[in-house]
Every structure is written in C-alpha cells, then in structure tokens.
Design a protein around this ligand. Structure first.
Ligand SMILES: Cc1cc2nc3c(=O)[nH]c(=O)nc-3n(C[C@H](O)[C@H](O)[C@H](O)COP(=O)(O)O)c2cc1C
Length: 210
C-alpha cells in the first residue's frame, strides 16, 4: 500500500482471531520500529515479544481496567509486545533536561507507531495499551528495575478484517505531490538482537530480517 493508505487504514483493533502471527511478520514490525528516528539517535527502546499463552493471559489480566471491561480484548491477541524505555544516551538526557522535554517518551511513541504501521501494511491489527499494572508487568517479563514499560502493543489478525480494510476514499489523500526524497542512506541503528527479546527481557530475538 502507499504510505498514506497505510496511515488511513491503521486503526486500533480490539478483536483478534486466535491464529498465530508468523515470526517473520513480527520481525518485520520490529525492524520498522528499529528504524524510527529518536532524539540524538538514542534509540531508547526495547521490545519484549510475548506469544506464550500463560504469559499473555497474565499480561491481559494486568491490563484490565477496574470494572473489567476496558482492555478485555487484550486476552484475544496472539502476540503482546511490551515496549520498554532504555536509558537514553547522554546527549539526549542533557537535551531533555535543558529543554524540559521527555524526549524518550516521544521516541518510544514514534517507534511504536512505526511498529503499528508496518503491521497494518501486512494486514495485521494492533492496539497500543497504556493502561496496565506496570510494576507487575516488569516482574513478569524480567524487565530490569528502574526501566519504565511505557506501552504494550497487541498484535494479531483482526477478527473483523478491520486493519486490512481499505480506507474510505475520503480518507485517502491520493493527491500528495510526487516524492522528492533522496535514495535511503544506511541508518546508524542498534542491531535488532539487542533491542528485542523473546518472551522475557534479555532473551534475544533471533529471527533474522528477510
Ligand atoms: C499512548 C496510548 C495509549 C493507549 N492506551 C489504550 C488502552 O489502554 N486501551 C485501549 O483500548 N486503547 C488504547 N489506546 C488506543 C487509543 O484509544 C486510540 O489510538 C484512539 O482512540 C484513536 O483510535 P485509532 O487508533 O483507531 O485511530 C492508546 C493509544 C495510545 C497512543
């Protein structure tokens, strides 16, 4: 899809089929997040990919809001990704302090959206989850003390086909001018194996990018 169509097609998906998501599709979303821009190129993120049913059930329980309705759908998602904030590099820390702006949260938001847009491109659905019991999630996923878990992202095939649905014509700005971007330059980014874990923080994500 064209980028504008992907942007228009992505929406928060809150109903999933039980079908597992292929590892290479998850890798491709992680790779999209890996390439995100960040203040001082700090890349202050780590993604813990959870597919094990018991751990997912626990994450779903920890995401339920009081009343038990909001975030109930998390239990349906075949993949849940915890987005952990890593300590930014010193230049980003100094910049954030001098300008009184939480650059690391901006960085995480951009990376999370890259992840979700790539999922939409693959016909997969996502929903960012900000409401969850952070400390308990940290313990469950062996996330080191002192690191914030900023978001969970649910990932799976939409039960209603929502994410793969084409955006209505009115939402498709097909009249964008032709791009004048130069050919992509190689990006200085941390390797995927160091920014993504499988199941628990620190268990490297080993799938190579295709
Ligand atoms: C930081 C953040 C936290 C969010 N937390 C939740 C959440 O806990 N539960 C939920 O159902 N949706 C959550 N959402 C999804 C928003 O409700 C959703 O993006 C918004 O209503 C716009 O809808 P759309 O994503 O379909 O365009 C969150 C989104 C963001 C960006």
């Amino acid at each position: 899809m064209e980028i504008n169509s992907v942007i228009a097609a992505r929406s928060s998906v809150r109903s999933y089929t039980a079908e597992p998501v292929e590892t290479h599709a998850i890798t491709s979303c992680l790779e999209a997040a890996r390439l995100a821009p960040s203040a001082c190129n700090a890349q202050p993120w780590h993604f813990v990919v959870v597919t094990a049913p018991e751990t997912r059930d626990e994450l779903a329980r920890l995401s339920l809001a009081p009343g038990g309705v909001m975030n109930r759908f998390v239990a349906e998602a075949p993949v849940i990704v915890a987005v952990v904030a890593e300590r930014p590099n010193i230049t980003s820390q100094i910049g954030a302090a001098l300008k009184n702006k939480p650059f690391y949260l901006i960085d995480i938001g951009i990376a999370a959206e890259h992840f979700c847009l790539q999922a939409a491109e693959l016909g997969l659905g996502t929903c960012m989850i900000g409401w969850f019991a952070e400390r308990k999630v940290r313990r469950l996923l062996d996330i080191p003390r002192g690191r914030r878990t900023v978001l969970l992202i649910t990932l799976g095939r939409p039960a209603d086909g929502a994410a793969s649905r084409k955006a209505p014509a009115a939402e498709r700005p097909d009249a964008f001018p032709p791009t004048t971007l130069a050919a992509p330059r190689p990006k200085q980014r941390k390797p995927l194996a160091t920014i993504a874990s499988s199941g628990r923080y620190g268990q490297p994500w080993v799938e190579s990018v295709r």
